[in-house]
Ligand binder design. Structure first.
Ligand SMILES: Cc1cc2nc3c(=O)[nH]c(=O)nc-3n(C[C@H](O)[C@H](O)[C@H](O)COP(=O)(O)OP(=O)(O)OC[C@H]3O[C@@H](n4cnc5c(N)ncnc54)[C@H](O)[C@@H]3O)c2cc1C
Length: 417
């Protein structure tokens, strides 16, 4: 008996995950991808010995799926230090201090008492304890407002929100007002407390590559844009193709207005220009005045990210912060980044720009009251879709949506799981 075949449009992490699930259930798959590479937004390219993720990107080991299923050892993943370093300049002087997770680094978090209010550290600990006990499903069913209003209701002070929480979560949600759903904040915060932010040895694309190898690259057709027509028909280069089921694993173009954007400027610096394994948050972050939310040194975590003797520095500028300063070109973004870096690092004028990435459709907005669960009900004959735009903007959201979509395919094709 011939196996049923499913055509999946898009080879991002959701398309790949969906394909792997279907193959494991005895269903044949064909993935069509419009670009010349797999991975979608989880893409890495090599330039002059540097590994450049298309936008600074980490994997979270504390996300439920990631924790249960990803073999981080196989990816050679290494972690950032839990917590963050805040870097602040004032009156020509630069100050740096570490804010660690009080449960994992009690000693270094004591030093935070010299720079932070007791109440903020107490509120972080309280949130950490209460969210640590909640399941992700409960969080996504819970109360909802914006992240900003939730942080204020939780009693955090203005300086703590603006110097720590805003630059950190702006860099995660890719929007600076913190209008993102409070549920999403709670989910990310709880996951961060349960795990680490890690980078694979081969760049962020190493994970999609691993799945693509397991699926078999012969099942993936690159440089092949496709259009879904109905649940069992798609068009490739003007030709209609009949299949047993179509799965669309990419956001629709018309949703791009509801996607957040981000700029990443990569610099090559002399080795050890910035020491340590923390993410550096801009303690001066103020939309309309400056643009850098955070700075990371991927090569301090994974030396594979830079050639020997050099470091790779990633500077993240969230789309709305760029718009507030009328920055809309690679040149203007690079100039602004250099101007702000000069206040923070003595020798930054000697750093060389490696690349500027502008990711326009980086993350779907997860506004409050939006549906961030994967319990979308598909109408019987509609095209099945997956991707982070159907759940929430993260690798975890994309994978969860793929699991949901593949279960629906299996049900429709009458395959017993
Ligand atoms: C800069 C940046 C930083 C991020 N940081 C993090 C992070 O730290 N942690 C985290 O968990 N998540 C992060 N994310 C989010 C994460 O990358 C995404 O949630 C996830 O990769 C989305 O996967 P997807 O499969 O839903 O969509 P995509 O990755 O967008 O895949 C869709 C694929 O479909 C293809 N395609 C589109 N149209 C067609 C067509 N007509 N025909 C054929 N192919 C088509 C596209 O080329 C693409 O390859 C970040 C994203 C960005 C951009």
């Amino acid at each position: 008996m011939t196996k049923p075949t499913v055509h999946i449009i898009g080879s991002g992490i959701s398309g790949l995950r969906c394909a792997e699930n279907l193959l494991q259930s005895g269903i044949e798959v064909k993935i069509v991808e419009m670009t010349d590479s797999i991975g979608g937004r989880m893409r890495t390219t090599e330039k002059n010995g540097f590994l450049l993720d298309h936008g600074f990107h980490v994997m979270q080991t504390g996300y439920p799926h990631s924790k249960a299923e990803i073999d981080f050892n196989a990816l050679g993943a290494k972690r950032f230090s839990p917590g963050a370093k805040i870097i602040k300049s004032s009156a020509g002087k630069t100050k740096q201090y570490v804010l660690s997770d009080p449960f994992r680094s009690p000693i270094s978090s004591i030093s935070a008492l010299f720079t932070q209010k007791w109440s903020d550290l107490y509120n972080i600990a309280k949130l950490r304890l209460s969210l640590g006990l909640e399941s992700p499903d409960r969080i996504f069913e819970g109360s909802d407002g914006t992240t900003e209003s939730f942080l204020r209701q939780s009693g955090f002070t203005e300086p703590f929100i603006n110097e720590f929480l805003r630059p950190l979560f702006s860099g995660i949600f890719l929007e600076s007002k913190l209008d993102t759903s409070e549920r999403m904040f709670k989910f990310v915060f709880a996951s961060m407390a349960k795990g680490d932010m890690v980078l694979p040895r081969g760049g962020i694309q190493a994970y999609p590559n691993l799945i693509a190898d397991r699926i078999g690259r012969e099942r993936i057709e690159l440089s092949t844009p496709a259009t879904p027509i109905d649940s069992t028909t798609l068009a490739i280069r003007g030709k209609k193709i009949k299949t047993d089921q179509v799965v669309v694993a990419h956001p629709q173009r018309e949703t791009s207005d509801s996607m957040n954007s981000v700029w990443t400027v990569y610099f090559s610096t002399p080795e050890n220009s910035i020491k340590g394994n923390y993410i550096l948050l801009n303690g001066n972050y103020e939309v309309g005045k400056n643009a850098i939310a955070h700075i990371a040194v991927p090569s301090n975590i994974q030396p594979t990210y830079s050639p020997s003797g050099k470091s790779l520095v990633a500077v993240t500028i969230v789309g709305d912060a760029a718009i507030a300063l009328d920055l809309d070109s690679d040149e203007s973004i690079e100039k602004q980044a250099r101007m702000e870096l000069r206040d923070l690092f003595e020798n930054s004028d000697t750093w060389q720009t490696v690349e500027v990435f502008h990711t326009k459709n980086a993350l779907p907005q997860s506004e409050s009251q939006s549906n961030a669960s994967s319990s979308v009900i598909f109408n019987e004959n509609e095209i099945i879709s997956c991707g982070d735009h159907t759940t929430h903007g993260s690798m975890e959201g994309a994978i969860k949506s793929a699991d949901h979509a593949s279960r629906e395919v299996i049900r429709r094709l009458g395959i017993s799981a």
